[in-house]
Structures are given as structure tokens and as C-alpha cells.
Design a protein around this ligand. Structure first.
Ligand SMILES: C[S@@+](CC[C@H](N)C(=O)[O-])C[C@H]1O[C@@H](n2cnc3c(N)ncnc32)[C@H](O)[C@@H]1O
Length: 347
């Protein structure tokens, strides 16, 4: 057993154990983050530090339990405790506020609910390669969302913020006239960014039927109802025809390679010669090591049976579908989770 040293530094063995313990208790920490996000704790601290009892009263929690959740998070650097029993926002906790530009609140809620419960069957995934989600819920993730509008709404809220459009979209040439078809378009954030004030461009937002109601409402809210047609359908069946440019943003990582080939094959069939396709996705590095994409990849494995890919892997699938890759661009700034774009054309 390790004992503290006289210098106060942790013994070498303890540092290693700390790494294992942090991962081992990670599920509980993730739930603590979920609790803080779901109860809007960060919003309740927006005007300054609050004592636990006052904070618990504001968010509808038990003061002792909330204190312990926040101290657990504080141990890994989320939330401060400037005086005993008084809690405050810090840099990481700011990401749990509702209305900041790059809030992670909604994604923390998404990951804390069904996706979290599914991970109890991680061993099933390890043994079979099949999604844990399907074993726990008896259906695939997107079918589950279709049958549970509340869960679909949580999903759309996590994905669909206008601010969450991939940074590289700004550097893509969608042209000034014609039709942009965004496949798996969610609630329309990408089309809104692309169409902007290019009045000659029209959009088709294509997504699963379960996504159509929220997409239609959001497209109207964005003032784009007369320029964007919302179409429900299945990218495994066919893409809407007639696009000059197709885009598919943060969708292919939801699928395994065979599924990606089916979807890209449908892109190829829908595209006329000369039409272009922009594939937006976060890419994994070629080498092992720290990258948050590795964590997200585990989620894809267990929840959807999908995967994140390296540039070579994703470009390889695009080419196998008969499309020609003409450019790959990466986001600036070194954010390892920022999306890249693969631009392809049909010859
Ligand atoms: C991770 S979200 C990405 C949403 C949005 N494109 C973005 O960049 O934030 C994946 C989207 O693909 C849609 N999707 C999943 N399977 C699909 C399918 N078979 N056909 C059409 N859309 C699908 C989902 O409904 C969801 O809106």
C-alpha cells in the first residue's frame, strides 16, 4: 500500500493508481456532470458563488447530495469551491451554461441518459462487435429515437445549435446559385450557415422522418421556410435527386463501413456528373495517443455500431463509392475534435 512521502508528493505508485481510479470512477463522474447539466447548476451560478443550501433550493436538489456531486466534479476541475460549502463557476463549468456559444450542456445531457445506460453492456460490444445499445433497448439507436420523441428532442438539441456548424464550412465553395442537399441535416444549422444571404441558393434538408417536425419548425424560426425544403427519408434507400452540391455533416461516423458505402453509393447515384459532395467529420489521428476522438469513438461503437475514421480511411470509402476526392481541409486552431471536410466530385 502507498504511504504519503515527507515531501508531500504522491508516491509514484499512487500517481499510476490515480489514473486507473479516475477512469474506473469515470461513469459516476459522468453522471455527476449529467446531474449538473440537467439541473442547470451552471446557470444558477452565473451571477456568482452560492452556498450549497441556496443553490440546491434554486435547482431543486438535496443540499447534501448536490454538495457531494459538485465536490466529485471539483476533484477533476469542474466547478470551484472557494469556501467550504460554497460553489462557483470556473472555466470548465462555464461549458455547462445553457446559452454560451460553445455550450456542452446539451451534449452532456444526451450522453448521460440512454447512451449512458447502454454502456452497461459494453462487454457485449467487446465480445460481438455489436452495439450495446441494441442489446439494452432491443432496437437500434435511431429507431429508438423515432419511437421516443422526448429522446429525439434531446438529441436534436444537442446536435442542432447554429453555433455548432463545423468551422470548415466557412471555407467551402457551395456556389451562389443552385440546390444544396444536406443529408442528415438535423435541424438545419448547416444549411442556414451555407445559404446565408446567397439568395440564389436553395436548400433541401434531408433527414429521417422522425427529424422532420423539429427541422421544419427550426427552418421556419430561422426565416428559411421559403428557401429550404425539408424532406423525410432514409439515406440507406436513396438521396433526394437534383442537388448541385450535396453535404453530409457528422453523419458517417454513425455508421459502420458497409453502411457508409451504401450511403455514399446513394450519393453517387443521386449526383449528376460534375456535382460535388462535402463530407464533414472529425478525423482520428493516424497514431495512437491522447485524442478526445478516441473517447467519442467508443460511444459510436457502443451506441450505434459506427466509428470515427482517419483521413485515409474516410477518403478510401469515398473513393470506393466511385467518387473522386478533390480536396481535404482541416479546421484551424488545433482543436482535436474540430471537423475536417473532404470534398469529392462525381466525374
Ligand atoms: C450526429 S447528427 C448530425 C446532424 C447535423 N448534420 C450536424 O452536423 O450537426 C446525425 C443526423 O443524421 C440523421 N440520420 C441518421 N440516420 C439517417 C438515415 N438513415 N437517413 C437520413 N438521416 C439519418 C440523424 O437523424 C441526425 O439528424
Amino acid at each position: 500500500m502507498s504511504t504519503p512521502t515527507k515531501t508531500g508528493n504522491p508516491p509514484a505508485g499512487l500517481a499510476d493508481r490515480g489514473v486507473v481510479m479516475r477512469v474506473m470512477f469515470g461513469a459516476w463522474l459522468q453522471q455527476a456532470l449529467y446531474v449538473a447539466a440537467k439541473l442547470d447548476v451552471a446557470d444558477a451560478l452565473a451571477d456568482g458563488p452560492r452556498a450549497a443550501a441556496d443553490l440546491a433550493d434554486a435547482v431543486g436538489a438535496d443540499p447534501t447530495a448536490l454538495t457531494r456531486f459538485l465536490r466529485g466534479l471539483g476533484a477533476v476541475g469542474v466547478f470551484d469551491e472557494p469556501a467550504p460549502g460554497v460553489f462557483a463557476l470556473n472555466g470548465p463549468a462555464e461549458y455547462l451554461r445553457s446559452d454560451t456559444v460553445d455550450t456542452h450542456k446539451y451534449i452532456a445531457i444526451l450522453h448521460g441518459e440512454e447512451a449512458y445506460a447502454a454502456c452497461a453492456e459494453a462487454l457485449h460490444t467487446a465480445r460481438t462487435g455489436k452495439p450495446a445499445f441494441d442489446k439494452v433497448y432491443g432496437t437500434t439507436y435511431f429507431d429508438y429515437l423515432a419511437e421516443n420523441p422526448g429522446a429525439r428532442s434531446t438529441f436534436d438539441q444537442a446536435m442542432g445549435r447554429e453555433t455548432a456548424v463545423p468551422q470548415v464550412v466557412a471555407g467551402c465553395d457551395f456556389g451562389d446559385v443552385g440546390v444544396v442537399v444536406d443529408v442528415g441535416g438535423g435541424t438545419g444549422a448547416l444549411l442556414a450557415a451555407v445559404l446565408g444571404d446567397r439568395n440564389g441558393l436553395r436548400g433541401v434538408l434531408f433527414d429521417l422522418p422522425a427529424a422532420v417536425a423539429a427541422a421544419t419548425a427550426n427552418v421556419a424560426r430561422l426565416g428559411l421556410a421559403d428557401r429550404v425544403e425539408v424532406v423525410g427519408g432514409d439515406a440507406f434507400e436513396a438521396f433526394p435527386p437534383g442537388g448541385d452540391v450535396y453535404s453530409i455533416s457528422r453523419v458517417l461516423h454513425d455508421f459502420d463501413d458497409e453502411q457508409v458505402l451504401t450511403v455514399l453509393g446513394n450519393a453517387h447515384r443521386a449526383m449528376r456528373p460534375g456535382a460535388r459532395l462535402f463530407v464533414f467529420d472529425a478525423l482520428l489521428p493516424d497514431r495512437p495517443g491522447f485524442n478526445p476522438g478516441r473517447f467519442a469513438d467508443l460511444g459510436m461503437l457502443m451506441v450505434l455500431g459506427g466509428r470515427y475514421r482517419t483521413q485515409a480511411e474516410l477518403c478510401g470509402l469515398v473513393e470506393r463509392a466511385g467518387l473522386r476526392v478533390v480536396a481535404v481541409r482541416h479546421a484551424e486552431g488545433g482543436d482535436p475534435r474540430a471537423e475536417s471536410v473532404i470534398e469529392a466530385t462525381r466525374d
